[in-house]
Ligand binder design. Structure first.
Ligand code: THU
Length: 163
């Protein structure tokens, strides 16, 4: 018997002022678009902004539905928009923020499992890791160099092909 182990490092910042200028701008954009999220049911407004390899910035917000499972997260709204408007262009960095109208917004957001799978597919599809900036409207900020770190043992197209 052998044992495997997976661990990864991430960066922790105490405030947006500590970020690199380009990261600060991207996070500000993510925070700003929380105001146009459509989340009348959860009142948890999520905004995402991504810097693409070609310099374009693509944004997304969560889009809820009265039939709750129909809703879509900000990250996947963004990925769909990026795939349509900048097909096959890698995403270098994605900032994600939220404004919780019923509570505090000072703990970094953590993408849901479905979004981790979608982010992983996008990384595989474009061949480049997506760097993540995770935050609320204030408080600590986490930076993760590679979204794949958030989904160890991920299922991929290789499994379907038997590779
Ligand atoms: N949500 C996101 O958009 N992204 C996340 O990373 C976490 C959750 C949305 C889904 C739903 O509209 C609301 O936040 C509450 O779960």
């Amino acid at each position: 018997m052998q044992k495997g182990q997976i661990q990864f490092e991430y960066e922790i910042y105490n405030s947006i002022e500590e970020l690199l200028p380009e990261d600060k701008v991207l996070l500000e954009q993510a925070r700003n678009v929380t105001s146009i999220a459509y989340a009348p049911y959860s009142k948890f407004l999520v905004g995402a902004a991504a810097m693409l390899e070609n310099g374009a910035v693509v944004k997304g917000t969560n889009q809820e539905n009265a039939s709750y499972p129909v809703g879509i997260c900000a990250e996947r709204t963004l990925l769909g928009a990026a795939a349509m408007t900048h097909t096959n262009v890698p995403i270098i960095t994605m900032a994600i923020a939220y404004n919780n109208l019923t509570g505090k917004s000072d703990v970094p957001v953590s993408p849901c499992g479905m979004c981790r799978q979608s982010l992983s597919e996008y990384e595989n599809r474009t061949g480049k890791p997506i760097r993540l900036i995770l935050s609320g409207m204030e408080g600590k900020i986490f930076i993760i160099e590679n979204t794949g770190n958030l989904l160890p043992f991920s299922f991929s197209g290789d499994h379907l092909l038997g590779l």
